[in-house]
Write a protein that binds this ligand. Structure first.
Ligand code: FE2
Ligand code: FE2
Length: 250
């Protein structure tokens, strides 16, 4: 069984949006014919209705059997939290096939930049993941679970990351997909990978100064993640970690 999942993130339709870049994304992703597309939040820049309308129209041009779009802190600005699900309805538990399940967490809170899982949602996550013990378990959330390099002074994260990390390890989650930092990165632990997407189409790139998205390939129960530069090359995401140099160093 072979499966391709595309992770788009931080589209930011609004003032920082690069429309031409997103047009290229539409062509590239549709040519891949992915089994599912997961958008890990910040679909809009300010949570405004006109941004939601435009983003919905753009997302509708993507072709995949399953499109899962979750909210980010930017989507929750200006009472955007009241309309997100109207524009982007999604299920919190998605069985992609008999081997793979994608579970989503809501981390955005109205008019706040930091994220939170919350006690109840964390309990729910534990119960849900336990049901899928034998499957490949993917968890998608907007805010990053673990800090990443070159984003030092920014303290905005999930305030209860420790609680959810414990749940993730206790239930053998295989892969966590995060957005928010606009900085592609992968942390690989023993049985867990935590993947951060860059920004697909916002001007606010960080660390790697190109718009990117991730392609997750699952084959024979093995997960492999590639970074795709929009209009450019496709490389293993782990190369970003291997080839890391501090700014200004050779
Ligand atoms: Fe963002
Ligand atoms: Fe964000």
């Amino acid at each position: 069984m072979k499966m391709n999942i595309v992770q788009l993130s931080d589209i930011h339709v609004g003032t920082q949006f690069r429309e031409k870049v997103f047009d290229t994304v539409l062509d590239e992703v549709n040519a891949l014919k992915p089994n599912a597309i997961i958008v890990t939040g910040d679909l809009t820049n300010e949570g405004l209705i006109k941004e939601y309308e435009k983003c919905k129209e753009l997302i509708s041009q993507l072709n995949a059997p399953k499109i899962i779009a979750i909210s980010g802190n930017h989507d929750y600005r200006n009472t955007g939290y009241l309309v997100f699900k109207k524009y982007f309805p999604f299920e919190t538990v998605n069985e992609l096939d008999k081997d793979v399940v994608v579970v989503t967490l809501g981390t955005a809170r109205p008019d706040r930049d930091e994220g939170e899982i919350g006690y109840r949602q964390n309990l729910w996550l534990e119960r849900t993941m336990k049901k899928y013990e034998k499957k490949i378990k993917i968890l998608a959330m907007h805010h990053h679970l673990i800090g990443i390099p070159d984003t030092g002074s920014d303290r905005v994260t999930v305030i209860d990351a420790g609680d959810v990390l414990r749940t993730i390890l206790a239930t053998n989650v295989d892969l966590v997909l995060c957005g928010h930092k606009h900085r592609p990165w992968i942390w690989t632990f023993k049985n867990l990978s935590v993947v951060n997407a860059g920004t697909t189409s916002s001007e606010r790139v960080r660390g790697l100064f190109e718009n990117t998205y991730n392609i997750i390939k699952i084959e024979n129960k093995k997960i492999h993640v590639d970074l795709k530069i929009v209009g450019g090359k496709r490389i293993p995401l782990e190369n970003i970690v291997k080839n890391y140099t501090r700014f200004g160093e050779e």
